[in-house]
Design a protein around this ligand. Structure first.
Ligand code: PBG
Ligand code: ZN
Length: 318
């Protein structure tokens, strides 16, 4: 037996590959900012921008032409307060962005559902005393979900890691007649240092403490499985593992145990680290982007949320 026969030429290698990047399964994150009139490049994330609403729509159209199928929206509001009230405003920045993009394109639109971009303290839930309060936060999440659904979102992506959030959001959506709105649940979301460029980008770093009482401990595999199990029970349509690259084992474990689609979030610092290493001549950008995103699909992800989406579509076209 000579296994090298299967590696003889590029085409032979290609047709026998058992896992590949599929660009139609990539989701591009997009940032819409209510405070700016020109796009602003995000520090440490070259080629990734915050857009004012009207430029966001143009960019979304450009993505659609390039072959992007879906996006995940994040908002930066003008107004922040302790309750994050701008998050469920029908005329809020994300709600307006959903309406515009759904009107102007055929993209599938997911929207991140959380409070950290909207609260003045930067936590993902409401504060009671010195703690992030679980159950009162759920009411706000349900309001956000309904406002996104009203705007025509295809799926909401709750990322706050409050217990019971999927159940509450599902019930809120169903009661309001939005039975068809998907829930893409950030199920196994770990307290990770790999979100740093993102927090910098949307000004959502917590002003006190950290997120370790709600996001998961990265040393716990079984608990990650319990989180996924619970979200499935509560009505998640898609479960997510986040970050992706340091958590490929978790993606594989979830793949082996459950049947529903898995999303993996190739997060901001995963992007920044590769861009930075490439810029410094340490690695070849094309090769490492392909190798790293391939590893996420190979681990068992069905869809991958990645800041490299645009880049991968561009290299595919050449
Ligand atoms: C908000 C949220 C975060 C990310 C997605 N949604 C940041 C956080 O939890 O602090 C991170 C995305 C990234 O790093 O690319 N809860
Ligand atoms: Zn949050």
């Amino acid at each position: 037996m000579r296994l090298r026969r299967l590696r003889k030429s590029p085409r032979i290698r290609d047709i026998f590959a058992d896992s590949k990047i599929r660009t139609d399964k990539l989701v591009m994150p997009m940032f819409v900012d209510e405070n700016i009139t020109k796009r602003e490049e995000i520090r440490n994330m070259p080629d990734i921008y915050r857009f004012p609403l009207k430029h966001l729509v143009d960019k979304a159209k450009e993505y659609e032409e390039l072959g992007v199928k879906s996006i995940l929206l994040f908002g930066v509001p003008k107004h922040k307060d302790p309750r994050g009230s701008a998050s469920y405003d029908d005329k809020g920045i994300v709600q307006r962005a959903i309406r515009e993009i759904k009107k102007e394109t055929d993209l599938v639109v997911f929207a991140d559902l959380c409070l950290c971009e909207y609260t003045d303290h930067g936590h993902c839930g409401l504060i009671k005393g010195t703690k992030v309060d679980n159950d009162s936060t759920l009411d706000v999440y349900a309001r956000i979900a309904k406002s996104y659904a009203d705007a025509g979102v295809d799926g909401v992506a709750p990322s706050g890691m409050m217990d019971g959030q999927v159940r509450r959001i599902r019930k809120g959506l169903d009661d309001a007649g939005f039975e068809d709105t998907l829930i893409l649940a950030y199920s196994a979301k770990f307290a990770s240092a790999m979100y740093a460029p993102f927090r910098d980008a949307v000004f959502s770093a917590p002003s006190f403490g950290d997120r370790r009482t709600y996001q998961m401990n990265y040393s716990s595999t079984r608990e990650a499985i319990r989180e996924v199990e619970l979200d499935i029970e509560e009505g998640a349509d898609v479960v997510m593992v986040k970050p992706a690259l340091f958590y490929l084992d978790i993606i594989r474990e979830v793949r082996n145990r459950f049947l529903l689609p898995i999303a993996a979030y190739n997060v901001s610092a995963e992007y920044s680290m590769i861009r930075s290493a490439a810029k410094n001549g340490i690695i070849d950008l094309d090769s490492v982007v392909n190798e790293s995103v391939s590893s996420i699909f190979r681990a068992g992800a069905d869809i991958v949320i990645s800041y490299f989406t645009e880049y991968l579509l561009k290299i595919e076209k050449n």
